[in-house]
Design a protein around this ligand. Sequence first.
Ligand code: C2O
Length: 557
Amino acid sequence: AALVEHTFVVSQVKLNRLCNDMLVTVVNGQFPGPAIEVKEGDSVAVQVINKSPYGLTIHWHGVKLQLNCWADGAGMITQCPIQPNKNFTYRFNVTGQEGTLWWHAHVGSLRASIHGALIIRPRSGSRSYPFPKPHKEIPIVIGEWWEMDLNQLDKNLRNGHLFDMPRVATINGKPGDLDNCSGTVKDSNILKVEHGKTYLLRIVNAAMNSEYYLKIAGHRFTVVAADANYVKPYTTDVIAIAPGETVDALLVADAHPAGRYYIVAKANQPPKPAIQIPVFISRGIVQYGDGPRKVEEKALSDSASLIMAPEMPDKHDAATSFYFHGNLTSLQPQPVPANVHEHLFYALDASFVCREGESSCNNATNMMGMVNNVSFQLPTTTPLLQAHYHGNTSSIGTLRELPDRAPRMFNYSETLEPTSKATSVRRLRYNATVEIVFQSPVLADTYANPMHLHGHDFLVLAQGFGQYNAETDVATYNLVDPPVRNTVHVPLFGWAAVRFVTNNPGVWFMHCHFGHHSSSGMAAAFVVENGPTLDSTLPPPPEDFPSCKTYNSRVSY
Ligand code: C2O
């Protein structure tokens, strides 16, 4: 196993997209940021040099970080932000995971521009991939181009305003040719392939607020992994990927080599969005060899008829996502722990609620995300992990135990009132088997909810439409080969059940990966106690751990 070292210089740089120069906060001048490539078992050291005006942290999304919660980089959950002109080096091992994960900033909305892929290959000398070795591997990072200051976005979100939208969706940082102010090949991500060869696409959804459907005209995918866990090869012409999720898929270049083919990422929208949302579509091009000559200078609109476009799902098609997720099973049978110690039922909601003293507030400006009626608030002075480690969580005035179920019979047709704000935590003893049923609202106008857990993978046992029924739905659980994931896409109008063992002491954030849901409180933290032995005890923090002393009020979290 090797030590893989990176230096991430975070700074504001001028990037040009869609005819505009924008000052964007990125890593090493790149959008998306650099991919980290490791072999399973490697150690990673990433020195973050913060030359931006913002406090920030970097989170290693999906990396299990065994006994290394300090490296998790969840702002004000595990650490104080790295202040401007300060450095911090994250050190962690990548063990027992193979496939694609990613990294992103974890304060406010900075992850919109600070993110990149984390690629984990099998260790050398071991068996290789459980599928034919691909000719090449190609990262596909789906993201968004925001033409606004992300701190302003945070401010607006904290005030319950959710009108802000990115300008366009991007594939590997490129908007594609559909915006009025683009339309040339240089704005599109070009995927060059050779006829007859197989490619491994490493797909990340780094977008803030949209699930995406991904298709390539004239081609099919074989999904082989999700969230860095192998799945039974699943052949499909469409991939559904929610924010926070990753998918590894094989692409066989077996179409006519003279053709060119659009690769399209199209947002999946809820059926009745509370506000008008544009349908975000980004497209790139798959071409064989070097493609038509001189195409680089040619406006795509001239030659559009030469490029085959896939037929995309309807913008309100929730079923395709439901079946895509439901069709994934893990490659190997999973030992599903049977004896559940903690049954948790988490009702999710993001609703417009009145503020105190307001009598009429239906103006869509007071959105609150919540879990079991509690809207999560980050601590402002001491990160939860530090408070927990020093045994003084009571110093966090806003701390509260999250109830294990919704406080009263959940009436899906209305806002779950009363809603309170708190730093809600659920304490769990070490080595407990936890089952969580996540319930999306059934009647309210809302989104599906990609719920992400830090520091653990979970088994996704089942999902369903409608209201979860404890008596009958248990019979639908997959106790043989459920997929293992770090993010579960709780279906629109439905529920999902996950199970995991608390084998990693620390404080682990659990939240919806939609930016406007998590910023407004659809989140909670799991406090996993130490186990009985040294190798189940969280070691002390690194010596150069960032302190909150110079906490910068410009930073949202
Ligand atoms: Cu990908 Cu808490 O995040």
